[in-house]
Structure formats: C-alpha cells, structure tokens
Design a protein around this ligand. Structure first.
Ligand SMILES: CC(C)(COP(=O)(O)OP(=O)(O)OC[C@H]1O[C@@H](n2cnc3c(N)ncnc32)[C@H](O)[C@@H]1OP(=O)(O)O)[C@@H](O)C(=O)NCCC(=O)NCCS
Length: 283
C-alpha cells in the first residue's frame, strides 16, 4: 500500500503561534514585461527566458557591506565579490563578500547572494531569491523566482564524474557536455541548509527540502521532503507551513478534502490530474 495523506496532528489545523508574522497575501511576482525587471523565471521553460536588459553590474555600487537592516533594496556588490564577463544582475540585487559569479550568469531583481557562494557559468537565478552563504551552484541550474537556498547547499550536474581521461594522461574539460544534466528549482521552493541536489532534478513550486537532505528524485509541487535519500514527509503551504503528513495507507483523504493552512489560511486543492493549486485568503 502506498502512503496515505492525513492531517498532520496538531499542525495543519492549529492556529499560527502568537508572534509569528502573518505572511503577506497575494502574489508579488512581477513579469518580464514590468519596467526594471530584467528576468522573471516563473513557470518559464529553459528556452523561454526573456532577454534581460539589466543594469551593468560593474556599475552597481561597490563597497564594504552596507547596514543590514536597510528598508529599501538597493543594488549592491561587495568590493571583494568577483563578477566575470557577461554577468547580468537585476535592480535591487545584493551580492555579498567573496561571492564568485562566473561568465554569462543572469540574476533577477531583489535577490540576495550570500557571502562566499559560487555560481557557475550560465546559471539562471530569478527575482526575490535568497541564496545563503557558502552555496555551490553548478552549471545547468535554474532557480526560478522566490527560491530560497540554505547555507552550504550543493548542486551537482555530472552523474558519473571523472577528473581525467581513462588513461589518466589528460584532464577532462569542465565545459558542459551532453552528459551534463539540467536542474530546475521552481518558483517559491525552499532548500534547507546543507542539502545536496543530484544532477537533473526538478524541485516543484513551493516545495520544501529539509536541512541536510540528499535529493535524488524529482520533488513535486508543495511536497515536503527530507533525509538521505530525501523522502516525502508531507505537504507544505505556499507560506512554508506544513499542512499534512504522510502516514501508511491509501492516499485518498486529503486529495478529496483539500487542506487549509493553519498559518496563512490558504487552501490547497488537488485538481484532476494531480495538479495542486493554493488559493489564498479563503479563511
Ligand atoms: C524538514 C522540516 C521543515 C520539518 O520540520 P517539521 O515539520 O517541524 O518536522 P518535525 O521536526 O516535526 O519532524 C517530522 C519528522 O520528520 C523528520 N525530519 C525533520 N527534519 C528532517 C530532516 N532535515 N532530515 C530528515 N528527517 C527530518 C523528523 O525526524 C520527524 O520524523 P518522525 O516523525 O519519524 O520522528 C525541518 O526539519 C527543516 O529541515 N527545516 C529547514 C531548516 C533550514 O535548513 N533552514 C535554512 C535557513 S535558516
């Protein structure tokens, strides 16, 4: 028997703890057509990137770290960050100390790149993303809008890697080959701290990967997965709150009833075909 979906005891239907800020309702995602937004990755396929027209990152303000709690998001690139050629960075994006961004990377607006992170060539990162410190993002990765990547998370793109040819007489090139696999983290998803993501993975919209997980299979939208290898624990709302837990048995109840988030009041519903929609503010 497959896993059954049930209400998470004391989680899905209890009230938000006092003091926890209510998540802002409605979508703030902007589209590629909005002025000043060079890149929007929501729902776009690998070949559907709008051509970005970002400010020149080499012209963005450079210097030591600014005050952390500034209300407005100004573009900022720390003086110790390395940006190679053809890097596009959107308005309000902040790149902190000792970040290395390789050639051809495109980063959207109001995104944070934490210190000592490495972003390989041609990576795409959307608007409103948070990349914490010490993150390794390899070639072939796309992060859509609103993605969070916890500290020390590592992406991979080569399933059977070798440093040298089989005679061990020549180092192999690092440029992308047909064997290199593409990974996509969809809009609003979160990867906890210290995760490792296998090559060629898709992580669905608003999914959450628990800290220190090793993700070797695709993760569906709104799923909560964790562990090594990462396994399904339940479902999370768009706001990140766990709304359901898997238990043993047939997987029926929740999909028929839907789930209401105990934190933000959104309703998660399953449409025919298994697609999930999250309807805000129905409380
Ligand atoms: C995955 C996560 C969201 C689950 O939180 P939760 O819903 O409160 O879950 P609980 O702590 O009640 O744990 C539920 C079950 O999942 C397991 N679990 C939770 N987190 C896990 C993880 N990271 N890896 C493996 N198992 C995990 C627990 O052992 C527990 O199993 P059990 O029921 O058999 O005892 C949370 O543990 C997590 O990893 N959050 C991300 C934190 C992070 O990295 N933040 C980065 C920015 S600071």
């Amino acid at each position: 028997m497959g896993p059954r979906l049930a209400w998470a005891p004391g989680i899905g239907d209890h009230a938000r703890p006092a003091g926890l800020p209510r998540p802002s309702g409605g979508s703030t995602a902007r589209t590629a057509g909005d002025p000043g937004v060079p890149l929007s990755l929501s729902g776009s396929g690998p070949d559907e990137f709008p051509t970005p027209a970002p400010p020149d990152p080499h012209q963005a303000s450079r210097g030591p770290s600014p005050d952390g709690d500034r209300a407005s998001m100004e573009s900022f690139i720390h003086e110790t960050a390395i940006l190679e050629d053809d890097v596009a960075i959107g308005e309000g994006t902040r790149v902190y100390s000792q970040v290395h961004i390789r050639k051809g990377v495109q980063i959207g607006s109001e995104t944070l790149i934490g210190e000592k992170s490495y972003i390989a060539y041609d990576v795409r990162i959307g608007d409103f993303c948070k990349i914490n410190a010490f993150v390794y993002i390899c070639n072939g990765v796309t992060l859509e809008d609103g993605v969070m990547v916890g500290a020390h998370t590592t992406f991979t793109n080569d399933r059977f890697p070798r440093a040298a040819n089989w005679e061990v007489s020549e180092i192999l090139p690092s440029a992308r080959t047909e064997e290199k696999m593409l990974t996509r983290v969809r809009r609003g998803a979160t990867l906890g701290a210290g995760c490792c993501i296998a090559p060629g993975i898709t992580i669905g919209e608003f999914a959450t990967v628990g800290m220190s997980s090793v993700v070797i299979h695709d993760v569906g939208p709104h799923l909560l997965v964790a562990g090594n290898p990462a396994r399904r624990l339940g479902y999370v709302c768009r706001c990140g709150w766990r709304v359901a837990t898997f238990v043993h048995g047939p997987e029926f109840d929740l999909k028929e009833q839907g789930v209401r988030c105990g934190n933000c009041g959104s309703a998660l519903r399953w449409k025919a075909g298994g697609e999930i929609e999250c309807l805000a503010d129905e409380a």
